[in-house]
Design a protein around this ligand. Structure first.
Ligand code: MG
Ligand code: MG
Length: 270
């Protein structure tokens, strides 16, 4: 059952989402060769707790850490390790928070040091595909419209869209209805209405869409071991239109990147 949120609930969800956004902003400064995922995980946990929230992934379905950290050919759900990041790596960082009874959940894939052009393009296209999906999340559209927008955009580049893992509704539970696939047909599936809040999160592989699961029960990698990228936003339908509750602004501020890609989805203060 899809749980519709009131304006007041959406404001509380924005608070949870922005704690994640700010956490990713803190991490953006620290993602460099030599740092270990476990160091970043500790930093994130401290920052989330210092802001009166709980790290939502810690203990969720028995996950052992606060961040899912998935380097290179890992798609999602990577467990933070002591292996230092290396120049030329990419690392997907997925972060969750819980505050005032609501969850925030979003993700960004960072380049580490100097990354080759081909891989940088994968990151850029995956992020753009996320905005294609966000744009289609509006009252009157359907689940397939979002999936189709993401799929059509990413497949133009010959990339593989992961099928087994999807976006989701979010609210008082981390994972609520509906499932939000990153592929699909226009006009299919449930219709979107005012007050829906979802996490849209394309997982895009440079090569095959196929994945495999590791023995640890968590880590997902690409079947061909080519790189994979993952970007995620929390989005509400307000006045019929998509409104971002999370933002990459803090990441861009930390890295000195100028971007206006979020402008059309931001009717609000940060
Ligand atoms: Mg996530
Ligand atoms: Mg999610």
């Amino acid at each position: 059952m899809i749980k519709i949120k009131t304006r007041e609930e959406i404001e509380l969800m924005r608070e949870s989402a922005l704690i994640v956004s700010r956490t990713l902003g803190i991490l953006a400064k620290e993602v460099k060769p030599g740092v270990t995922p476990l160091q970043l995980d500790k930093l994130a946990e401290e920052f989330i707790r210092d802001n009166g929230a709980e790290p939502a992934f810690l203990g969720l379905y028995d996950f052992p850490n606060s961040l899912c950290m998935s380097p290179n050919d890992q798609v999602v759900h990577g467990i933070p390790t002591n292996k230092p990041l290396e120049d030329g790596d990419i690392i997907s960082i997925d972060c969750g928070s819980y505050k005032n009874g609501f969850y925030g959940d979003h993700a960004y894939t960072f380049p580490v040091g100097n990354v080759d052009e081909k891989t940088l393009q994968l990151l850029q296209v995956t992020k753009e595909s996320l905005y294609e999906g966000v744009r289609a999340f509006r009252a009157g559209n359907r689940i397939g419209d979002v999936g189709n927008a993401i799929q059509v955009y990413a497949e133009k580049y010959g990339y593989g869209i992961v099928r087994e893992l999807v976006g989701h509704g979010i609210g008082r539970e981390m994972h609520e209805d509906p499932e939000m696939p990153n592929y699909g047909k226009k006009g299919r599936g449930k219709k979107f209405v005012e007050g829906m809040v979802v996490a849209i999160e394309p997982m895009v592989n440079m090569g095959t869409q196929k994945i495999k699961q590791h023995k640890d029960g968590w880590t997902i990698t690409t079947k061909d071991n080519l790189p994979s990228a993952h970007f995620e936003h929390d989005v509400a339908i307000v006045d019929g239109k998509p409104e971002l509750l999370s933002t990459f602004k803090y990441i861009y501020d930390a890295l000195g990147i100028e971007s206006n890609e979020e402008d059309e989805f931001r009717q609000i203060k940060i």
